[in-house]
Design a protein around this ligand. Structure first.
Ligand SMILES: Cc1cc2nc3c(=O)[nH]c(=O)nc-3n(C[C@H](O)[C@H](O)[C@H](O)COP(=O)(O)OP(=O)(O)OC[C@H]3O[C@@H](n4cnc5c(N)ncnc54)[C@H](O)[C@@H]3O)c2cc1C
Length: 449
């Protein structure tokens, strides 16, 4: 079958690769002049700096399987053990997030009452019928303080989101399922452990399950290898304006190509425009999926000048604790010896998100001042960076706001009359690299709706 894939981010590349492997005739179109979408690695004078994702968790088999099939396993780089230690900025200092229940009870992360409330989780009242927000769910199950401090910080740092305006069911489907099946998160975790599933922890505020993994040349190794496998089937600088239905399939306005099957892996707000000739309603619904702005400010320092390299993953900054940044990843500690030259330290600080759109519009100078001020306050870092990189994502991370699931179901109904037209990518069923790769894998069994 002749298939067109719109978007050459990791989702589009993985979908195209699966279709190719399944024997289809594939073409990929991206308006950008380079492949990778959000994945872009800058390699400069011994620094490997990520524009977008820092890695993926190794607990999703589809990603490792894809890596093996494109013969990239020898370039896998696993994060250091020390990177399991994550910190949270609270009451003026960085506190380690407890790795095990006993250390949680002695940790000053939450007040005594806040900790006691977490323990009452199995007694929480039952879920409401509506599409509950992440914050409402967390408040109900583990208490308001843990929701404000732990959950909101994690949601800001990972999703650039506002926990009060994200659907639990769409954003954390596993947690939704755990409550639904077991009536309690704690009971679900105990049941999983009993069943021997402890190795694949679902993750949560104290850190996700799995080990953060990347490649020796950064995340672009993945997109470049897929690009190599797809070769001339990829057209860059090829913006798709609309998808038109015609006899035997579709025509893509822009590149003026026809195909029997179309996979739209562009972000929902772009796909919305493309779909308006096919369904005004589907276009309107997709246009309601917002994207949060996020700016990555990467800074490099001389290790001696900052009194030694930090040890750990980095930290999250809950709102209301006096920092404007969302958090900071200690990149050269996560992947030691490879992300910065010997004796140098590389940090990546996140700014902006759904609760601070204005930060994304700050000038470079103001962003650097803001990062310097907050890193001084949190890490005691007083030296100026030797160099910096600023990566702006205007609509970086799609937000699964309440009603997301219903909206997707209605889009599916609207498009039901258009066979072999598929929506893929991080706007719909999971924002991570792992989710979009697992979704692409679904195409392996054949093209379907
Ligand atoms: C700062 C940041 C940090 C992140 N960190 C992590 C992390 O550590 N781990 C993780 O798993 N995930 C992370 N993510 C999320 C991850 O980057 C995304 O899940 C993933 O890259 C999304 O891939 P995608 O292909 O769905 O979308 P995109 O990468 O957005 O690709 C979409 C492509 O569509 C193209 N396109 C758009 N409009 C058109 C058009 N009209 N015609 C043709 N082409 C078009 C775009 O040019 C783009 O190349 C992070 C995201 C950001 C922004």
């Amino acid at each position: 079958m002749k298939c067109a894939v719109v978007g050459a981010g990791i989702s589009g590349l993985a979908c195209a690769f699966e279709l190719l492997e399944a024997g289809h005739d594939v073409s990929v179109f991206d308006n950008n002049r380079r492949v990778g979408g959000n994945i872009r690695t800058r390699i400069e004078d011994g620094y490997i700096v990520e524009w977008g994702p820092n890695g993926f968790l190794d607990n999703v088999p589809e990603t490792l399987d894809l890596v093996r099939r494109i013969r990239l396993s020898d370039r896998i780089q696993v994060s250091a053990d020390a990177a399991r230690i994550r910190f949270l900025y609270r009451r003026g200092r960085l506190l380690p997030l407890p790795m095990k229940p006993p250390s949680f009870f002695s940790s000053p992360l939450l007040s005594g009452l806040g900790r006691a409330r977490v323990v009452l989780e199995p007694l929480a009242y039952r879920r409401p019928r509506h599409d509950e927000s992440v914050h409402a769910f967390a408040s109900r199950r583990i208490g308001r303080e843990a929701a404000d401090v732990l959950v909101q910080a994690m949601v800001s740092g990972v999703f650039a989101g506002d926990a009060r305006n994200l659907s639990l069911r769409a954003t954390f489907p596993k947690m939704y399922g755990m409550e639904k099946e077991h009536g309690s998160l704690l009971k679900a975790m105990l049941a999983k452990r009993k069943g021997g599933g402890a190795g694949r922890a679902p993750g949560g505020p104290s850190g996700p399950g799995g080990t953060l993994t990347s490649f020796s040349g950064g995340m672009s190794d993945l997109t470049y290898r897929l690009t190599h496998a797809l070769g001339k089937r990829i057209s860059l600088g090829a913006r798709v304006d609309a998808v038109i239905s015609e006899a035997g399939g579709y025509r893509l306005e822009g590149p003026d190509e026809t195909a029997e099957c179309v996979v739209l892996s562009s972000p929902a707000w772009e796909t919305s425009r493309m779909l308006s000739p096919l369904s005004g309603r589907a276009a309107e619904l997709l246009g309601r999926i917002p994207g949060s702005p996020i700016v990555v400010v990467a800074t490099a320092y001389d290790e001696a000048a900052i009194g030694g390299a930090p040890d750990g993953f980095g930290f999250l900054a809950p709102r209301g604790e006096g920092l404007r940044i969302l958090g900071c990843l200690w990149t050269s500690s996560i992947y030691p010896g490879t992300r910065a030259p010997e004796g140098k330290v590389l940090l990546r600080t996140m700014v902006g998100g759904a609760m601070d759109h204005a930060a994304a519009d700050l000038s470079d100078e103001d962003l650097l001042d803001l990062v310097a001020r907050d890193l001084k306050r949190s890490m005691g870092l007083i030296a100026d960076p030797e160099r910096h990189w600023i990566f702006r994502h205007r609509k970086g991370i799609p937000q699964y706001v309440p009603g997301h699931g219903k909206r997707l179901a209605e889009v599916a109904r609207e498009l039901a009359g258009h066979p072999n037209l598929m929506l893929a990518g991080n706007s719909y069923r999971g924002i991570s690299v792992n989710s979009v790769i697992a979704e692409a894998r679904g195409l392996r069994g054949g093209v379907h709706r």
